[in-house]
Design a protein around this ligand. Structure first.
Ligand SMILES: *[C@@H]1O[C@H](CO)[C@@H](O)[C@H](O)[C@H]1NC(C)=O
Ligand SMILES: *[C@@H]1O[C@H](CO)[C@@H](O)[C@H](O)[C@H]1NC(C)=O
Ligand SMILES: *[C@@H]1O[C@H](CO)[C@@H](O)[C@H](O)[C@H]1NC(C)=O
Ligand SMILES: *[C@@H]1O[C@H](CO)[C@@H](O)[C@H](O)[C@H]1NC(C)=O
Ligand SMILES: *[C@@H]1O[C@H](CO)[C@@H](O)[C@H](O)[C@H]1NC(C)=O
Ligand SMILES: *[C@@H]1O[C@H](CO)[C@@H](O)[C@H](O)[C@H]1NC(C)=O
Ligand SMILES: *[C@@H]1O[C@H](CO)[C@@H](O)[C@H](O)[C@H]1NC(C)=O
Ligand SMILES: *[C@@H]1O[C@H](CO)[C@@H](O)[C@H](O)[C@H]1NC(C)=O
Ligand SMILES: *[C@@H]1O[C@H](CO)[C@@H](O)[C@H](O)[C@H]1NC(C)=O
Ligand SMILES: *[C@@H]1O[C@H](CO)[C@@H](O)[C@H](O)[C@H]1NC(C)=O
Length: 685
């Protein structure tokens, strides 16, 4: 009982006393066998996948079940020497209360396993099983022989080699009479079309995954297999049981990485290794459940420029708002599905931050070099970063602080930044917050501007003094040309991205495609036609070296002169700006924007007196830049012809290396009611 007591501690058990008895309902039905021999079945209205090709326990048994059948089972594993009926019924009720995969339908069979030799069972358990309409009760062979008396169900012994986790299982009965217990996944419908596929572990010795080729024919939506949370209740690793979707740029052993390109999928083999950044999540107990959609090769394409894949749908507002580009499926899946805990995306130019903004979720671009991007399709190696979406500051901080391990930091040969990355987990806030008038003015929607003012006032309530600045003016007056000449650093940034994108993606793709298809150019989305007759001398080694020198100088100025470092605080200042729409809707197709303009906006927007966007700064300087949802404002929708809500977010920037300080600050703001858990669905608040 020790393990269960620990995981069900406190609130979990407190609510149970008054709960109505849980009864089996809904008939079990076999639905299909999927490739690899796994099984889809339904219980009541809910579909499940069972990985019957790789059971976690196969054991001899004295049962009298029909060979070939698959039976939904509830497994209760305990170390107790006496198993009471109260324990069994309250355990089952806690399963139903705390797990979205488990349901009373799994009471078809019950397997109670104790590792205490000679364990005894409360006779009332048999009465309970009868009343719950259990048809088959299995007891591990450690139990002293029992006499259940006359029951409407069968009682059997199972000879088990290893204990298994509590939770729902599918039990298959093989010819020889052995009972095989397989893990169960609930199949959730991806009704926002945010994923390219659901994935689940193959349970093999190399830790590979299987893509689930299953969709709901009524809507053609992918089905995503989500494991029971109960399987992780006894797992003490920091990310145990968290369900995580990853961008389709990260390699996952056993699954194709497409980068949103059918051509790329054609010329590359299925991944045979999992990217180390993702392997770390798995090693910490996280469950990878899906790969989400990206704009092709993580580009900044508009939704209407997605050709190979359909852009995901945004659950906010009228349902036709943009998910933006690149990590599009990550933000919108977090905004849509309660059953998903986190999505992992990437940010080169704005690819975490803008999708977080339009979906009203938390999403970060970490300090440059924070985590390895080996076995991840790159866009611009010196600017690529891996970030995570979340719905609460606490969950965001918890995930990121565990995920971002110093052992996985990138080398300066990749980032182009010679300054070492030192992470400071301080609770001391910067003395000031810069408010750049040139990036906020004129306000595009006064109602959203008022929310921004309130957020900044909340920062000042934490002792962070507001300082109004004009960042364009400060940059133009910087004493080094690599900063003051905006065209210079914009060109350097663009050249470094082209350098990676062409040599690592463009050239190999174009070359392989031409060889396979009679000299043809590969079909690609509109943003990737420039690799045709690409002039390679525009990105000579000299030019790349010069661009890296510009980046280094720019980064030094932004991090150490503009934001500043001192002995007192991690970052001398914070800086805020809006990467989003300023409280206006931006849509998934252009015509809606054009008709409603200027009450609707394109995503790329540079305020009239600014010479660059806020998002471009940390992309090039390597500073952490975090999107935080702070409210919502109404707009009139030309889709629903109703007033709807669009999220309002703000971006908070600190010096490179101060990511954990930002997380600590957001947690403090959550504690004080200044930041909130955002909801899934039509509105974030
Ligand atoms: C018996 O099972 C309990 C709970 O499942 C576990 O904590 C304990 O370590 C096990 N004891 C042995 C000797 O395997
Ligand atoms: C058990 O099954 C019987 C017959 O189908 C049904 O009438 C009864 O309500 C069920 N009891 C429970 C507790 O589900
Ligand atoms: C994995 O794939 C790579 C590239 O396709 C190949 O070179 C390598 O030999 C493969 N490794 C294994 C263990 O199969
Ligand atoms: C992508 O391509 C479209 C169409 O050619 C163009 O309008 C858009 O500006 C491009 N976006 C980016 C980020 O390159
Ligand atoms: C910011 O400074 C620039 C350059 O000096 C100037 O052109 C612009 O008007 C200023 N913007 C605001 C809002 O003060
Ligand atoms: C290729 O780029 C180089 C360097 O920018 C330039 O000198 C040359 O004219 C270009 N070649 C063509 C064919 O455009
Ligand atoms: C971390 O920040 C604190 C102040 O918040 C400072 O005293 C300390 O020196 C910093 N540590 C490092 C390693 O930068
Ligand atoms: C939005 O962007 C598209 C493509 O970049 C452009 O054609 C259109 O004019 C822009 N619309 C507005 C209202 O700025
Ligand atoms: C769309 O909405 C705008 C205001 O948001 C309105 O002025 C315009 O008339 C609408 N257009 C259509 C075609 O409904
Ligand atoms: C500011 O903080 C208060 C709590 O002190 C909170 O209710 C409010 O929503 C916050 N406003 C913004 C815009 O963050």
């Amino acid at each position: 009982m020790a393990v269960l007591k620990r995981v069900l501690a406190g609130a979990a058990l407190a609510g149970l006393a008054s709960a109505a008895p849980l009864v089996k309902k809904g008939d079990f039905q076999f639905v299909a066998t999927v490739p690899y021999g796994d099984t889809i079945f339904s219980v009541g209205d809910i579909d499940y996948l069972a990985s019957t090709s790789s059971p976690v326990l196969s054991a001899a048994s004295t049962h009298s079940l029909t060979t070939g059948s698959i039976v939904p089972f509830t497994v209760i594993t305990t170390g107790d020497c006496y198993v009471s009926a109260d324990f069994v019924s309250s355990t089952v009720e806690s399963f139903a209360e705390w797990d979205d995969v488990y349901s009373a339908g799994f009471l078809e069979g019950v397997y109670i396993s104790s590792n205490c030799t000679g364990a005894t069972i409360d006779p009332a358990v048999f009465t309970w099983a009868e009343s719950a309409n259990v048809t088959s009760l299995f007891l591990s062979s450690d139990f002293a022989s029992v006499n259940p008396g006359k029951t409407s169900y069968t009682v059997s012994s199972i000879y088990q080699p290893t204990p298994i986790e509590c939770g729902p299982y599918a039990v298959a009965i093989s010819e020889g009479g052995a009972a095989s217990f397989s893990l169960v996944y609930r199949l959730y419908e991806d009704f926002q079309r945010t994923f390219i596929m659901g994935v689940y572990p193959a349970q093999d010795s190399i830790g590979s995954f299987k893509g689930l080729p299953q969709y709901l024919t009524k809507f053609q939506d992918e089905m995503i297999p989500v494991p029971s949370r109960i399987y992780s209740w006894s797992d003490s690793r920091p990310l145990a049981g968290l369900r995580v979707a990853i961008k389709d740029l990260y390699d996952l052993n056993g699954v194709q990485t497409s980068g949103g390109s059918r051509s790329w999928a054609t010329i590359t083999p299925i991944a045979n290794i999992t990217a180390p950044a993702i392997q770390r999540v798995i090693d910490l107990g996280g469950h990878i459940v899906a790969k989400f959609k990206t704009a092709q090769f993580a580009s900044g394409a508009n939704p209407w420029d997605f050709i190979d894949t359909q852009p995901p749908f945004n659950p906010r507002g009228d349902g036709y708002l943009t998910c933006d580009c690149s990590s599009a499926g990550g933000g919108c899946s977090m905004a849509a599905y309660d059953w998903l805990d986190h999505s992992i995306g990437s940010d080169t130019s704005w690819s975490m931050r803008r999708p977080a903004s339009v979906s009203g979720t938390y999403g970060n671009r970490p300090s440059q070099g924070m985590i390895t991007l080996d076995h991840v399709l790159p866009l611009g190696a010196t600017q690529d970063t891996a970030g995570v979406f979340a719905r609460t500051p606490k969950a965001w901080a918890h995930f990121a602080k565990n995920w971002y391990s110093p052992t996985l930091h990138q080398d300066s040969s990749i980032t182009g930044l010679t300054e070492p990355l030192i992470i400071n987990d301080t609770y001391k806030w910067p003395a000031k917050v810069y408010y750049p008038k040139d990036l906020f003015e004129p306000a595009r929607n006064p109602a959203a501007a008022a929310i921004v003012q309130e957020f900044v006032a909340n920062l000042t309530a934490l002792g962070i003094q507001r300082v109004d600045i004009n960042i364009t003016d400060m940059v133009l007056k910087a004493p080094i040309a690599s900063v003051s000449n905006v065209a210079t650093w914009k060109a350097a940034s663009s050249l470094l991205i082209t350098n990676t994108a062409y040599w690592v993606i463009g050239k190999p793709l174009v070359t392989a495609w031409a060889a396979m298809f009679g000299g043809r150019y590969p079909p690609l989305d509109p943003n990737h036609t420039s690799w045709f007759h690409f002039n390679e001398s525009t990105i000579s080694d000299d030019k790349v070296a010069a661009a890296i020198a510009v980046k280094q100088a720019y980064s030094d100025w932004i991090n150490y002169d503009f934001l500043g470092a001192d002995d007192e605080t991690c970052s001398g200042a914070l800086w805020v700006y809006d990467i989003g729409t300023g409280g206006l809707p931006s849509y998934r197709y252009q015509q809606l924007i054009t008709t409603a303009y200027p009450q609707a906006t394109n995503m790329s927007y540079t305020p009239p007196t600014a010479k660059f966007t806020g998002s471009s700064v940390c992309s090039f300087a390597g500073c952490p830049d975090y999107t935080v949802p702070i409210g919502q404002v109404p707009y009139y929708s030309n889709v629903t012809f109703t007033t709807e809500m669009v999220p309002v977010t703000i971006n908070v920037v600190a010096r490179r290396g101060c990511d954990f300080m930002l997380f600590n600050l957001f947690e403090e703001m959550e504690n004080r009611g200044m930041l909130a858990t955002i909801k899934t669905g039509r509105t974030a608040f």
